[in-house]
Design a protein around this ligand. Structure first.
Ligand code: ATP
Ligand code: MG
Length: 450
């Protein structure tokens, strides 16, 4: 993309309504525009990041064997009366009446609808296990939408639902989600710690929330510091292997890590004092096992091996796709702007032309732009007729992890400058070597998608 032809409405002033860094930076970098309280347009740069996150979520869900579908945003109140949640959900539920006076609602989550799909089409235990998911906009009429996309009213969520014959199978599905989530967040450059949590209006006994530690997080968390040393890494996972997944679950959940809802001082006191930590965290996902809570009242049953009908065991599993954009920025920024992790960056590299209009500089930039694009990289080429300082400030603000600076002096020695946004360190390389360096840097990112 040539910046001269892009739509990147960066702001010079820091918007006064934004209280936290990610909200300020998303507004300043021209990623979002608020349309009403807690409702945003995603401008091109923000939309690109949202898509990258969505793509990682899709890849990891499908790697775990989960099947994508798409359910609508509007649901009928009837369905929610069957589970009893139409009245129970409270004011967060946006209720809508259509022209025929039918009661509808904008879905805050989809347990009822997916259970309805299941009961209409699945009859036998032989069709299990089954996990369906979608990535769809949700609406919750939050009393206090704030912090930009972190607590919106309209927000994008991946929600998945597993259907299993037995509790044991459903707990394997739970583990599959836990493991795939660990991998998902790591690919985004985030450490998200699974913590014992409370199930809230979804219901059920077994549940973990995934929390990113950040001072601006809304949850209070308590944990054993050893847990922050755990890395998922690039281990090989066989998602059908019950023992392997159980072992990963134990590895990542055996140390003390809880949100304030389930925190227990007496148990916490058993953690050696020097490892006890209290902090703030951002909830970026949650997994639940809730058994037959929805399948029983809604008649989602299958014929079992013994010929008798039994309600299926279910769980649901959410990732806050749009909240993640804010959470990643909270964890990755400095005073100059955003610092995108390579896995989610909107553009892999930015090219800064220091002397627009100089034939040799222009043609070197054009060649780099072409070659990097041919290697599968998304490149933002700042080809505007602007001062170098302004170009650097824009690149720093929008946070591309790598910048190539091309100027007449360097080119005389066949050199361009490759700069890391995170460390600020620069290397002088020939244009050809710069392309090779970037290819190597992004190899693990492209490999992780396979
Ligand atoms: P919270 O406690 O933050 O209100 P929740 O526990 O009610 O969230 P879930 O039902 O677990 O939310 O939804 C799954 C994920 O969707 C959450 O982990 C979170 O990342 C995201 N999410 C929930 N509410 C919002 C919101 N208002 N804005 C943006 N993302 C949200
Ligand atoms: Mg939750």
């Amino acid at each position: 993309m040539r910046l001269s032809r892009y739509f990147l409405p960066v702001l010079k002033e820091t918007p006064s309504e934004a209280q936290i860094a990610s909200h300020r930076l998303m507004l300043r970098a021209g990623m979002i525009k608020q349309q009403s309280a807690g409702i945003y347009s995603w401008l091109p740069l923000g939309f690109k990041v949202l898509n990258r996150i969505e793509q990682i979520v899709n890849e990891e869900q499908q790697r775990a064997g989960h099947i994508p579908l798409l359910m609508p945003t509007l649901q009928s109140a009837e369905l929610w009366r069957e589970s009893g949640r139409y009245d129970a959900y409270g004011d967060e539920l946006l209720r809508i009446t259509d022209r025929h006076k039918r009661e509808m609602l904008y879905g805050p989550t989809n347990e009822e609808m997916i259970t309805d799909i299941f009961r209409s089409h699945v009859n036998s235990y032989k069709d299990l296990p089954l996990t369906l998911y979608h990535i769809q906009w949700k609406f919750r009429d939050e009393i206090r939408p704030r912090f930009g996309v972190m607590r919106g009213r309209e927000f994008l969520m991946k929600d998945g639902y597993n259907f299993d014959l037995t509790k044991e199978d459903a707990l394997h599905a739970y583990n599959r989600h836990l493991v795939s989530y660990l991998r998902t967040y790591e690919r985004m450059g985030l450490q998200a710690i699974p913590m014992r949590a409370d199930s809230g209006p979804i219901g059920g006994d077994d549940t973990h929330e995934f929390l990113v530690l950040a001072d601006t997080g809304e949850s209070e968390v308590f944990y054993d510091s050893e847990i922050t040393d755990l890395k998922f890494g690039d281990r090989e996972i066989d998602y059908d292997n019950v023992e392997q997944l159980q072992a990963v679950l134990e590895e990542f959940t055996s140390r003390y890590a809880r949100t304030d809802e389930t925190h227990d001082e007496a148990v916490f006191a058993e953690v050696p004092e020097e490892r006890r930590r209290t902090a703030r965290g951002i909830e970026v996902g949650q997994i639940f096992y809730f058994g037959t809570k929805y399948s029983e009242p809604m008649g989602a049953t299958v014929v079992g091996p013994d010929g008798a009908r039994t309600p299926v065991h279910m769980g649901s599993h959410g990732i806050g796709v749009s909240r993640l954009v804010g959470a990643i920025i909270e964890a990755n920024h400095d005073e100059k702007g955003i610092i995108w992790p390579e896995g989610v960056t909107p553009f892999h590299v930015g090219i800064v032309n220091l002397k627009q209009g100089d034939p040799s500089v222009d043609s070197a930039c054009e060649a780099l732009y072409r070659e990097l694009t041919a290697k599968g990289m998304d490149v933002l080429y700042d080809d505007r007729d602007e001062r170098a300082g302004a170009k650097f400030a824009t690149m720093d603000l929008i946070g591309l992890p790598w910048r190539l600076t091309v100027g007449p002096r360097g080119l005389q020695a066949n050199k361009v400058e490759l700069t890391s946004r995170r460390t600020g360190e620069s290397e002088e390389l020939s244009p050809a070597d710069a392309v090779l360096r970037l290819e190597k840097i992004y190899l693990p990112v492209f490999d992780a998608a396979k």
